[in-house]
Design a protein around this ligand. Structure first.
Ligand code: PXP
Length: 243
């Protein structure tokens, strides 16, 4: 088994560039190296405050990414317009608060049902695949089906942050249940957030999870050993741990 597909999130390369408002390091170059090393997808998050990825990065990556481009974005009018112009292969809708360090929780599809449904429809009509980044909660999974998303990405942050073996087991079983529910209901299932070289294997072992999106751990390792090696090492784990 080749294991789940690997989406490499290159936002943090842009974070380093924006720390100096410089032209480098370029996330476009990082995306190319990640693809050469076996990444199956490049994932980027265009935030409202443009703290890392810039509009220019999107435009260039749309032309240079040869695998798939997954755009994470908030369900706002501004972002829907961007997605319409850019036509990424996939949009992942994420919640967004300006003050957060990173995406902290999943999208509340139950509360935001009308807005999410409208955005999903607009993107589907433009032939863009839509995934919803949600907490591992069966009710959110069912809500994702009701708004007609193609896919879900299960938030693994709580599993990754769990401090005790018991908490970790409980959080992992939530991820397993959500993945099974999603697959049974016909959704494509991805997972991500907080995954690293130490904690990824139990998630890889979940048969229903077809894709993982990993950013911080890969970019952090790439800083020390290079992007190609960092991606290859993660790809190896994904194929070794596959069920
Ligand atoms: N998936 C989604 C939807 C995210 O928002 C992020 C963080 O940008 C990731 C995956 C990657 O998370 P991490 O950087 O912790 O690997």
């Amino acid at each position: 088994m080749p294991g789940p597909r690997l989406g490499v999130n290159v936002d943090h390369v842009a974070t380093l560039r924006q720390a100096r408002r410089a032209a480098y390091p370029d996330p476009v170059a990082a995306a190319m190296l990640a693809e050469l090393a076996g990444a199956d997808q490049i994932t980027i998050h265009l935030r409202e405050d443009r703290r890392h990825i810039q509009d220019r990065d999107l435009e260039v990556m749309r032309k240079t990414v040869t695998t798939r481009l997954n755009l994470e974005m908030a369900a706002t009018q501004e972002m829907v317009k961007v997605a319409h112009e850019l036509r990424p292969d996939e949009v992942t809708l994420v919640p967004e608060r300006r003050e957060e360090l990173t995406t902290e929780g999943g999208l509340d599809v139950i509360r935001g049902r009308d807005t999410v449904a409208r955005v999903v429809k607009t993107l589907r009509d433009a032939d863009v695949m839509v995934s919803l980044f949600i907490d591992p909660d069966p009710d959110q999974v069912k809500a994702a089906v009701r708004v007609e998303a193609h896919a879900i990405e299960i938030h693994t942050g709580r599993y990754c942050d769990a401090r005790t073996p018991g908490d970790r087991r409980r959080e992992l079983s939530r991820v397993v249940d959500a993945a099974k529910t999603g697959a049974k209901l016909g959704l494509q299932v991805a997972a991500g957030h907080g995954l690293n070289y130490q904690n990824v294997l139990p998630v890889v072992a979940i048969r229903e999870i077809e894709e993982l999106n990993i950013g911080h751990a890969i970019v952090a390792r790439a800083l020390l050993v290079g992007m190609e090696r960092a991606v290859r090492e993660m790809k190896d784990l994904l194929s070794r741990g596959a069920p």
